[in-house]
Write a protein that binds this ligand. Structure first.
Ligand SMILES: [Zn+2]
Length: 219
């Protein structure tokens, strides 16, 4: 239960050092809402560039609430946002759409700097090593290990099955990504476990990489 207003004041340039401050502007009295009882918290984020000029501000109003019950919370949905029963949509933009498009074709791609060759994920416009804006992609082999993971029990969001394993996978190419796991019980997931690529075709518009325990390499 969040909404925000974004205002831009000046352009950023490559090399700008951006700072962010956030202040709590307001906390409402206790309110009873359809979601539960809670407070509306308003915060103001201010982004500044290296000359201490304000680049943008973002005011967030978030309802911090106690769900009426876990079941009621699972059924409720914001007026905008998730489509009932489906996984949340990724926020697509010019810097990440290629990655999700490749996933629809069951290709796990990794963004690569076209100048220095450094691989990066999450996707982004600029190389963190050499600041080049030129990039292409390589196809991941689809092998890696579980670098870390959590098992999510609550809050339960429609479109997912719980308990839900959310893992950080380290690919053999060196980049890491967050993914769910398939073909393994949550209690059997271990850090360091070798994994291989699988796919979750969540719905006609959304395919996401997932990882399952790697097949044994016998003989
Ligand atoms: Zn580079």
């Amino acid at each position: 239960a969040t909404d925000s207003d974004f205002e831009f004041f000046s352009e950023l340039r490559p090399g700008d050092r951006v700072s962010l401050t956030e202040v709590v502007e307001d906390i409402s009295e206790e309110k009873t809402t359809g979601l539960g009882v809670g407070h509306f918290v308003t915060t103001l984020k201010t982004y500044r560039n290296g000359d201490d000029e304000i680049v943008a501000t973002q005011r967030w109003r978030t309802l911090r609430f106690r769900p009426k019950s876990a079941d009621a919370a699972a059924e409720k949905k914001p007026a905008s946002g998730p489509i009932p029963g489906l996984r949340p949509r990724p926020a697509l933009n010019a810097d990440n759409a290629f990655w999700f498009e490749a996933a629809k074709a069951h290709r796990l791609v990794i963004q690569r700097c076209a100048s220095c060759g450094t691989l990066r994920h999450p996707t982004g416009p600029m190389c963190g090593q050499c600041r080049s804006l030129d990039w292409d992609t390589v196809d991941a082999a689809g092998r890696g290990i579980v670098y870390s993971f959590v098992v999510n029990h609550h809050p339960q969001i429609p479109g997912f099955e719980y308990p839900l394993v959310v893992a950080t996978i380290e690919l053999e190419e060196g980049t890491r990504l967050i993914a769910n796991m398939t073909g393994v019980a949550p209690e059997d997931v271990e850090i360091g476990m070798p994994v291989e690529l699988d796919w979750i075709d969540a719905d006609p518009d959304l395919t996401l990489p997932a990882f399952r325990p790697a097949a044994r390499e016998d003989s």
